[in-house]
Design a protein. Structure first.
Lengths: 297, 321
């Protein structure tokens, strides 16, 4: 029996078929071709990153002066760089680095941004007002400009770059979660929890927080892509990973010096950045369509 | 309308002030004494008195909040301080860097509009067709393309192989307009592709939404052609979110300028920021970041004003509030 109004179609579909909304979302996700392509791209990057030392016979930092700036060949599929290092090998190790930086930056940003958003949206008032002005101010600054400035303060290096990226992107989560909390805090189950005397932390943690998961997961997937762009840009400028650490950004930076005679030194790592970002963007879009079908795309 | 304008202009003040506090605070949190860094490069031995005098000259011996107030006052009166690195007035350094950034930025922006809006429209008017797939796919790819890849491919193919355009540098339009255009076209394309993708995506989704509205069906039902309905009925409503995006993304253009100006060796604001960060030239970093913020805030203000002209509901809702 199913007599629900069409506005609750998504829920009713799940109720009628006896499947959870999560399983329904999963089904929608796997029906979306673009989302699958995104997932595959992400999986490829993860496999490259995890099995970097197994998949290739070369070491990322071992130089070979007999094979400088060689074009793609059977021995070196994507060629070698100015010190004779195998570019594909360095790209795989670069994948490791970009994933670690991307995921940790997003995790830190979520840990900073979400609690502020919860509290800001739930309590409102002066705190919310101040919080939102701070968020506006940080978001008024272009992301890379602010990240570079923070990195200049903290000093170059990967850990500092990760922190800078996290600080720059955290306000996105604050605003997102605040909006979500404002939309649901008048719902009956929240009011009911308050009226039976549930402590504030419990209302926040049990009733409001779980409702922010879907948009936060979607944003986090897009956020990893954005963090990868920021990290490679910072390494490109010289404020991220330092040579000889294989990072896509500094591979591109050095490669530009040899663009005319060895274009693969730039094109290969730049394409890696492109595919990684494309993968996370498509995955994020797919997750949005699957988890939050009303929002559309 | 006036009330709305005044209100909107006033609302930018706290954002600007807070941003100035953030920028100032960041710079003062820096490890390492800027004065010691300054004298590090000196040829002769520098006495302690000289260091103290330098510190006093740059106002670094005052308490931090006094430093902030003095600094803010100076900024507001147009005195951006002296560069640690070249000992020139910071404003003199920034002034000559504005033109390349603005010229390339505007070119990239126009390109994004000229490519993004028609493609978005094309996709929205035939949803599900191969044209829709092509432009949607194109926007996904464009949005994920890093500046390095576009810039690297352009320099390699157009400049180094075909030798059609110069690979780097910038010529002022007052010196030679044609060469100026030649030097800015590749950086502008590099900068504009990502924005074009975003504009295309927004145009597509907002037209798709508007074209489903009742008044569009009415206009079609009374016998107007598709083209006429899109041009005179749908366009004005559907373009609003696109205008917003164009304003929001102006900040991203500055982020992009940092990378593209480095790739193409353009002496602009972005490259200046990179150079001053690498040289730890704090007065210049501060001034550049504030300059960029000011530009972004003013641009957003202009977009909001344009928005309220396009959409009377915005003015109404504010004046009734």
């Amino acid at each position: 029996m199913c007599l629900m109004p069409s506005s609750a179609a998504v829920v009713s579909e799940a109720v009628c078929t006896g499947r959870s909304p999560f399983r329904e979302g999963l089904k929608r996700f796997f029906r979306n071709r673009l989302a699958i392509i995104g997932l595959v791209l992400v999986i490829i990057e993860v496999v490259f990153a995890v099995f970097a030392s197994v998949l290739t016979p070369y070491e990322p930092n071992v130089m070979d002066y007999k094979a400088l700036l060689q074009g793609p060949s059977a021995q070196h599929v994507l060629g070698t760089d100015e010190l004779g290092r195998d570019i594909l090998t360095r790209m795989m190790h670069g994948a490791q680095l970009s994933l670690i930086v991307g995921i940790s930056a997003v995790l830190i940003a979520v840990c900073i941004g979400v609690p502020f958003g919860l509290v800001s949206g739930y309590f409102g008032g002066v705190f919310d007002e101040i919080m939102m002005r701070v968020v506006d101010s940080v978001m008024a600054l272009p992301a890379l400009v602010l990240a570079l400035t923070i990195a200049a303060v903290l000093g170059s290096g990967l850990v500092n770059a990760t922190i800078a990226i996290a600080v720059v992107t955290a306000p996105t989560y604050t605003r997102l979660v605040r909006g979500q909390v404002l939309a649901i805090k008048q719902n009956d189950y929240v009011v009911a929890a308050q009226s039976i005397g549930a402590p504030t932390w419990r209302v926040l943690a049990r009733h409001l927080l779980p409702n922010t998961f879907s948009p936060v997961i979607v944003q986090a997937s897009l956020g990893i892509g954005f963090a990868i762009i920021l990290e490679s840009s910072m390494s490109f400028i010289g404020l991220g990973a330092m040579p000889p650490t294989p990072s896509w950004g500094n591979m591109v930076q050095i490669g530009f010096q040899f663009l005319e005679i060895a274009p693969w030194c730039v094109i290969a790592p730049a394409t890696a950045i492109f595919l990684a970002v494309l993968g996370f963007n498509m995955l994020g879009d797919g997750l949005r369509d699957a988890l939050d079908p009303q929002s559309g795309s | 309308m006036t009330q709305y304008l005044v209100k909107r202009c006033l609302s930018t003040i706290p954002v600007m002030l807070l941003t100035s506090v953030i920028v100032f605070g960041l710079m003062r949190l820096l490890p390492g004494d800027p004065i010691l860094l300054l004298v590090e490069g000196a040829q002769t031995e520098v006495s302690d008195e000289t260091i103290d005098r330098l510190r006093a000259m740059h106002g670094l011996d005052e308490p931090i909040y006094v430093q902030y107030v003095i600094w803010l006052k100076n900024m507001l009166t147009g005195d951006l301080g002296w560069s640690f690195q070249t000992n020139q007035r910071v404003w003199d350094i920034i002034r000559v860097r504005i033109l390349p950034t603005v010229q390339i930025g505007i070119l990239g922006w126009i390109m994004a509009i000229l490519v993004g809006i028609p493609l978005g429209l094309l996709a929205a008017t035939s949803p599900g067709s191969w044209r829709d797939w092509l432009s949607t796919g194109g926007s996904l790819i464009g949005a994920a393309m890093p500046y390095f890849l576009i810039g690297g491919l352009l320099i390699y193919i157009v400049a180094l192989r075909l030798r059609w355009l110069p690979a780097s540098g910038f010529v002022s339009p007052f010196e030679n307009p044609i060469d100026s255009f030649k030097t800015s076209i590749m950086p502008a394309i590099t900068l504009g592709i990502g924005l074009a993708a975003i504009v295309m995506r927004q145009t597509r989704s907002s037209f798709l939404e508007v074209l489903q509205q009742g008044y569009i069906r009415t206009a079609r039902a009374k016998g107007l052609s598709r083209k006429r309905v899109i041009v005179s009925h749908a366009f004005k409503n559907a373009i609003l979110p696109v205008v917003t995006i164009l304003g929001i993304e102006l900040g991203a253009l500055f982020s992009g300028a940092v990378i593209t100006e480095t790739i193409f060796a353009v002496p602009g604001i972005g490259r200046l920021l990179v150079d001053s960060i690498l040289a730890r030239d704090y007065p210049t970093i501060q001034a550049v970041v504030l300059f960029i913020t000011l530009a972004v805030v003013i641009a957003n203000l202009l977009v909001d004003i344009a928005y309220s002209v396009l959409d009377p509901r915005i003015r109404q809702s504010v004046s009734h509030a």
